[in-house]
Write a protein that binds this ligand. Structure first.
Ligand code: PLP
Length: 498
């Protein structure tokens, strides 16, 4: 090898090249770590959300940098154009969508994960064992049998897709993976969920090849819970028409109002029908950690499969979704794939019988388990459960404040942590537009950020309390801000957002 070729080979490394360069990188690195601690510690001092100015958007339109830059310069761009303009879910005033807040320990876990850069698809390595440990914790928490297995995925949308796929394989047998669905789809397999189910269930049916039309949306009761009598009626109609129910998707914590379907009754029905019971417990499943919420989830332990997120009520940084099946073999039947280069050895790096890539769709996968493990280790499951209880207590308090206030109207019963209400003074014709404008005003003011939904044609301001930092101050601010904005906007002739 010539001297030049040698130099070319060594200079391809992206690492600092010597001790001085490593030292030079540590200085901004320590600064960034310090700044990020400040960012979390002083989260209350910033607005929940602020619109991204044009200058920030422009800063992110630069072409692909061909030449090297400095960490300092890149970090400056982040400080100016990115860091101030996120959705704001770590802020205690964030009560918009069902987003977890994260923790400083979760932040550090991401740093450790970055350094290890573990590909947790499989092989003989501790990260695989650590993920398995989290799986055993979840098996215990949800009182699943020892044969259960679980796997981390991006979020509940993916985990719900896995639920549909595992139910498909359990119903039709593993050969469906080769033959595909065409013949069986014609035979009329049907799935059932409530009209309040998250949209990702229909999307999962679509992506799994059944088509969203193969999903029946069953009516709910006054509390937003799937009505088992309605379900039974629909099942009877479909069976009489020669269709084949194969999957029942129950919701534990609906996205609109936090309603929990009658899980025990639905487990009975699923057993009676010979259907797979999958539960979408995106945020509320971890209510099992809270002694006052766990009883509301009775029946969750009877699910065939369960989808939920640690990045919501588990307060683990994004993303950390989870899929758990009561019989782990069904996951292997659905996802394990023989490939020569993935063959297992008796010892060495390629040892181990079941790898995470056998249990889900991903081969290469990050170390989501680490931030989850560290969050439980540092805070303890009880503290996470206490934060969940506190969110629900705050939701009840908010509901009471709304009920006591003549200008406000509660639009749905509060079963958990989601409160839907509206301002109702002034022109009734314009009440939906007025409340839409109130929500936009809250976002612009940046003190508290609620979201919205539509319940029986009524536009609702929706406060989803998921953040462990949210307290009485924030819900009092929400009520005061809605009243202030409502009074001002209802007096303006066009009720337009100002
Ligand atoms: C009930 C329910 N199911 C599914 C999802 C989707 O979860 P993810 O955003 O993690 O994919 C959500 C999100 O809020 C949800 O509330």
């Amino acid at each position: 090898m010539t001297g030049n070729a040698k130099r070319d080979l060594t200079s391809a490394s992206l690492d600092p090249r010597n001790a001085d360069e490593w030292r030079a990188m540590r200085a901004p690195g320590h600064q960034i770590l310090d700044d990020m601690f400040d960012h979390v510690e002083h989260v209350r001092e910033r607005p929940v959300w602020q619109a991204m100015p044009d200058s920030a958007r422009e800063a992110l339109k630069a072409p692909l940098p061909r030449a090297a830059g400095t960490l300092g310069d890149a970090y400056q761009t982040l400080q100016q154009a990115v860091i101030p303009y996120t959705v704001g879910n770590p802020h205690p005033g964030f009560m918009g969508w069902v987003h977890g807040a994260g923790t400083p320990s979760g932040m550090l876990a991401e740093l450790i994960s970055g350094a290890l850069n573990a590909n947790v698809g499989g092989r003989s390595q501790a990260p695989v064992e650590l993920e398995a440990q989290v799986g055993r914790w979840m098996t215990e928490l949800f009182r699943f049998p020892d044969a259960a297995r679980g796997v981390f995925v991006t979020g509940t949308s993916s985990a719900n897709l896995m639920g549909v796929l595992v139910a498909r394989t359990a119903t039709l047998g593993p050969q469906v993976r080769a033959s595909g669905l065409a013949a069986e789809a014609l035979s009329g397999l049907r799935a059932y969920t409530s009209i309040e189910a998250h949209g990702c269930i229909a999307k999962a049916m679509d992506m799994a090849g059944f088509g969203a039309d193969a999903l029946r949306h069953v009516a709910t009761d006054a509390h937003g819970c799937l009505d088992p009598l309605e379900l039974q009626r629909q099942l009877d109609v479909d069976r009489a028409a020669g269709l084949s129910p194969f999957l029942l998707v129950a919701t534990a914590g609906s996205v609109n109002t936090g309603a929990i379907d009658p899980l025990d009754q639905l487990a009975d029905l699923a057993r009676q029908e010979g259907s797979w019971l999958h539960i979408d417990g995106a945020f509320a499943a971890l209510g099992m950690l809270a002694p006052d919420i766990a009883p509301l989830l009775k029946g969750i332990e009877r699910a065939d499969s369960l989808a939920f997120d640690f990045h919501k009520w588990g307060q683990v940084p994004y993303d950390a979704g989870y899929f758990l099946a009561r019989d782990g073999e069904t996951m292997l039947d659905t996802f394990a794939a023989p490939a020569a280069y993935l063959q297992r050895a008796d010892s060495g790096l390629a040892a181990g019988s079941v790898w995470p890539c056998d249990l889900g769709p991903d081969l290469s996968r990050g170390f989501r388990a680490l931030k989850t493990w560290l969050t439980f280790q540092v805070h303890g499951a009880d503290a996470i459960g206490a934060a969940i209880s506190a969110n629900c207590a705050l939701a009840r308090r908010l509901a009471a404040m709304i009920t006591a206030e003549p200008e406000l109207e509660l639009l749905a019963p509060v079963s958990l942590n989601v409160v839907c209400f509206r301002y109702r003074r002034g022109d009734v014709e314009r009440v939906n537009q007025l409340n839409r404008d109130i929500v936009l005003t809250l976002h612009d003011e940046g003190q508290v950020a609620a979201s919205s939904t539509v319940l029986q044609g009524r536009y609702a301001i929706r406060a989803a309390l998921v953040n462990h930092r949210t307290g009485l101050t924030e819900i009092a601010t929400l009520v005061a801000s809605v009243l202030r904005a409502g009074r001002r906007l209802s007096l303006s002739p066009a009720n337009t957002h100002a």
